[in-house]
Design a binder for this molecule. Sequence first.
Ligand code: MN
Length: 217
Amino acid sequence: MPKNPDATRSADRPLAEYQRKRDFTRTAEPAGESPKPSAKLAFVIQKHAASSLHYDLRLEVDGVMKSWAVPKGPSLDPAVRRLAIAVEDHPIEYNKFEGTIPAGEYGGGTVMLWDRGTYRYAGENPDPAEGLRRGHAKGDLKFELRGKRLRGAWVLVRTRSRGERQPQWLLIKHRDDEAVEGSDVTAEFTTSVTTGRTMDEIAAAAPKKQARAGRRK
Ligand code: MN
């Protein structure tokens, strides 16, 4: 561990890519200026109707949300492997974001909080950052989710493909009491885990014009 994690964090600027991609005078997404570690490690899954529909899996590691875009979403069936594309780190405040990113902005479209809760890194080393490094180097990241819709043990397996722009992983449910063969959990749950709204209801609640100066809190 570094002696001064804050210094390392500001030096590395883990949210630089996230902030560079967004205009916070136009989108209501959080700017991520004050990373605040959770008491327990947080996880969230956001259903995101961008140019193509996907589910964003985010796991808290070292004060940011490590993020993967999962085009088909998670499956409770251990026989099903779902492609998970690593995307830029997101701020922890993003775990509360549900709403609509204006058309034309980065990630424009409706975002639903599909599941949220805490997780525990379940690899050999208790530090998820170490687990993530090992995952990148050695191929997998094991973790246990405690959400409303997703629970139990999961693994992200790093795939090796040539010339990829973004690292690709596979999200797989581990065989345990929470596994359900043949399940289609994304079809089973189609509303927000926090507000109960459908994607259409979230979209309908978006202000007609969000291009105001300053961002909403
Ligand atoms: Mn997304």
